[in-house]
Design a protein. Structure first.
Length: 121
């Protein structure tokens, strides 16, 4: 998700960037098409510990959680799932909206990657 979408008034305006990180045992897949024909990606769970997905961690105020859940479709094809993110400061727990599949399009993903100055390997 792009930072501007995350911090929108209808989602989580309190969102603040904490750090970058990665999750092991997941891979980024682009195996679904959305209703508008754009590509969707998914942070797919694998059994391979060499698989890794990079991203960024944000903090939000508790008051923003219900609106973010609503916007992300939590409980309606998407699940807010606790994951462990490996960061430069060590592993931290985080919440990730895992979809069946995710609504993120390739465009939003690549915009988010470049806006956070992440590299893709």
């Amino acid at each position: 998700m792009s930072v501007s979408k995350l911090t929108a008034p209808t989602r989580a305006p309190s969102a603040r960037l904490i750090c970058s990180g990665y999750v092991n045992g997941r891979r980024l897949t682009f195996d679904e098409a959305s209703k508008d024909g754009s590509g969707k990606c998914d942070c797919e769970l694998t059994v391979n510990s060499d698989d890794r997905v990079y991203g960024v961690v944000f903090s939000i105020h508790t008051i923003d959680r219900p609106s973010l859940d609503r916007a992300e479709g939590n409980g309606h094809g998407y699940d807010a799932t606790r994951i462990q993110v490996h960061t430069p400061a060590g592993p931290i727990p985080a919440l990730k909206y895992i979809s069946r599949p995710t609504r993120k399009t390739v465009c939003c993903l690549t915009t988010g990657i470049s806006s956070m100055s992440l590299t893709v390997r």
